[in-house]
Ligand binder design. Structure first.
Ligand code: B12
Length: 225
């Protein structure tokens, strides 16, 4: 049995009921990886995240009995940390400081590139994906290098760029202040606040992976604050 391969499979199996999926693997060059618990650099990370609304049923059920702050980050840790412990892996989370380069890891793990919105775009899931954590390991994991893919190259109209009601999408950056100022003028059931980011919604790719309404509103509410 190939032990490293079995680890990725065990992680996938353990997280299956949560909807958190193994999104890919990154192998690092010497000293390049994030620190493991003993201070040495990880040789690989297993990237974990949601595909479409995959986490929403488990997360919303858990949230009914949680009244604290940062529910999605708290839930992600509650689901991922026990698996990390079982695998003797370090755990990294996208919102923890100092920020780990989750988007760079995803580019390497899945060959993804940034959409005009700044979010990475997947050839099948489109913009409907995110990262919930990563497990760091002291050895390399098998897997072919990811082939780069960029569906936006073939999208001539780029409807995402003209759909933002706040004009927050420039040629090379996302204007966070413009986005938030616009959201402040919106009631909870209006425009982006009621239906999710209109620019993200305008992307024709991966429509069947679009987040459920409650998840769209949850993400907009956390972006506003
Ligand atoms: C700070 C942050 C924000 C800030 C500022 C974002 C900004 N655009 O300036 C705020 C709070 C506003 C924000 C908002 C959102 N964010 Co945000 N954010 C982050 C966070 C926590 C840190 C980013 C960072 O600085 N990383 C540190 C650097 C070292 O990491 P990095 O991998 O090198 O990332 C950089 C490069 O990839 C670069 N980059 C991105 N695109 C491109 C393209 C090119 C060509 C180049 C050269 C570089 C480049 O930008 C990144 C930041 O500098 C990350 C999680 C994380 N740890 O990365 C999420 C993250 C990037 N956000 C994410 C998301 C989904 C969002 C929102 C859609 C969420 C929402 N509630 O609606 C919005 C909209 C974002 C948008 N249109 O850009 C996802 C992106 C998933 C994806 N598919 O790519 C991440 C990875 C979080 C996650 N849990 O999955 N975010």
């Amino acid at each position: 049995m190939n032990v490293p391969l079995a680890i990725a499979e065990q992680v996938a199996q353990a997280l299956e009921p949560t909807g958190i999926r193994v999104r890919g693997i990154v192998n690092f060059g010497q000293g390049e990886g994030p620190r493991l618990e003993d201070g040495s650099p990880a040789q690989s990370v297993v990237l974990l995240g949601n595909i479409g609304g995959s986490i929403w049923p488990a997360f919303s059920a858990w949230r009914r009995s949680y009244q604290g702050r940062d529910p999605l980050d708290t839930w992600s840790k509650a689901m991922i940390l026990p698996v990390a412990r079982r695998m003797h892996a370090a755990a990294y989370f996208p919102s923890d400081m100092p920020w780990h380069p989750f988007q760079q890891w995803a580019m390497r793990a899945e060959g993804l590139k940034a959409s005009p919105l700044g979010m990475l775009i997947h050839p099948a899931h489109g913009l409907w994906q995110g990262y919930r954590g990563a497990l760091g390991l002291p050895f390399e994991l098998p897997g072919p290098p990811a082939a780069p893919t960029h569906p936006c190259d073939g999208c001539l109209d780029k409807p995402c760029l003209s759909a933002c009601p706040a004009n927050a999408l420039g040629a090379d950056r996302f204007d966070v202040a413009a986005c938030r100022s616009f959201l402040d003028t919106q009631s909870v059931d209006h425009a982006c606040m009621g239906s999710g980011c209109l620019a993200r919604n305008a992307c024709p790719l991966g429509a069947s992976f679009r987040y459920p309404q409650a998840q769209l509103c949850f993400h907009m509410a956390s972006l506003k604050t």
